[in-house]
Design a protein around this ligand. Structure first.
Ligand SMILES: *[C@@H]1O[C@H](CO)[C@@H](O)[C@H](O)[C@H]1NC(C)=O
Ligand SMILES: *[C@@H]1O[C@H](CO)[C@@H](O)[C@H](O)[C@H]1NC(C)=O
Ligand SMILES: *[C@@H]1O[C@H](CO)[C@@H](O)[C@H](O)[C@H]1NC(C)=O
Length: 244
């Protein structure tokens, strides 16, 4: 990705940026993080996790098991001293997750040791209710400047997108199952497809509303993205956290 592109994306993310960082300008401090973003490092395909509780990470069930869970990460390709490294002690996919159709594509991961919450690591509240029409969502993930097998991504990026109305979303999903799915983006023909880390969160109205399940291109460049909605699973999430 070219630097100018990053700055375009940053400027479109102005509102969310002001919320997440104390700096109003776009010169991010060196140790800038989005505190609830967790890097799920893996031998095959890394994923983004979302810290919803000091001991629990929510991600997509299609993600491989991580070899390392890293909190407080800005650039996964670089280790920083403030980073917290964990393993998982428990993995619980949503009941009736179907790997082929990606129905119920959510997974809870209990950390081997609770996260230490500070200015670099923090939790995000899950949504308990559906989105109101045309709410804007903040969608962050990591991408590779130059993708190499088994390398860690080096760029933190994001986009602000409104969620598509229900009927529009159903058309976008097409033949696939559309239960508990929310859609963002447009059909785009982007030639240089940027590779993004899977399972990006959608933060709408200050809460975690969705986890990216699949996409048609690069969501952070505006392509269509399909998210598992979080609110229908809120009871399952609370119950799991309370009983384990
Ligand atoms: C992490 O935990 C899993 C399951 O408890 C275990 O199989 C694995 O060896 C652990 N990994 C590390 C690096 O400790
Ligand atoms: C949705 O919101 C965006 C920006 O907030 C606005 O440009 C757009 O017109 C809205 N769409 C509808 C259908 O209201
Ligand atoms: C990268 O991985 C893919 C799939 O595992 C493989 O087909 C390809 O040859 C690998 N490329 C390199 C440069 O290792």
């Amino acid at each position: 990705m070219k630097p100018c592109l990053i700055f375009t994306l940053l400027s479109t993310a102005g509102v969310a940026l002001a919320k997440d960082s104390k700096d109003d300008d776009l010169n991010l401090p060196e140790d800038f993080t989005i505190p609830y973003m967790v890097y799920l490092q893996s031998r095959s395909e890394p994923c983004v996790g979302s810290l919803i509780h000091p001991e629990w990470v929510l991600t997509a069930a299609h993600c491989p098991l991580p070899v390392k869970i890293r909190l407080g990460v800005y650039q996964p390709s670089i280790r920083n001293k403030k980073e917290q490294i964990r393993n998982y002690s428990l993995i619980i996919p949503a009941p009736e997750f179907k790997a082929q159709s990606l129905e119920n594509d959510l997974m809870l991961m209990k950390l081997s040791k609770p996260a230490v919450l500070n200015s670099h690591v923090g939790t995000i509240a899950i949504s308990m209710e559906p989105l109101t029409f045309n709410d804007s969502c903040f969608i962050p993930t990591w991408t590779w400047n130059e993708y190499k097998n088994f390398s860690d991504p080096d760029i933190l990026t994001w986009i602000n997108q409104p969620s598509q109305p229900f009927d529009e979303c159903r058309n976008m999903v097409g033949q696939r199952m559309a239960v508990h799915i929310m859609c963002v983006g447009q059909p785009l023909n982007i030639i240089s497809k940027v590779k993004e880390v899977s399972a990006a969160p959608a933060i709408c109205d200050g809460r975690l509303h969705g986890i990216l399940s699949w996409d048609k291109g690069s969501v952070t460049l505006g392509s269509e993205g399909f998210f598992t909605e979080v609110h229908p699973y809120a009871k399952w999430i609370m119950k799991t956290i309370n009983t384990h």
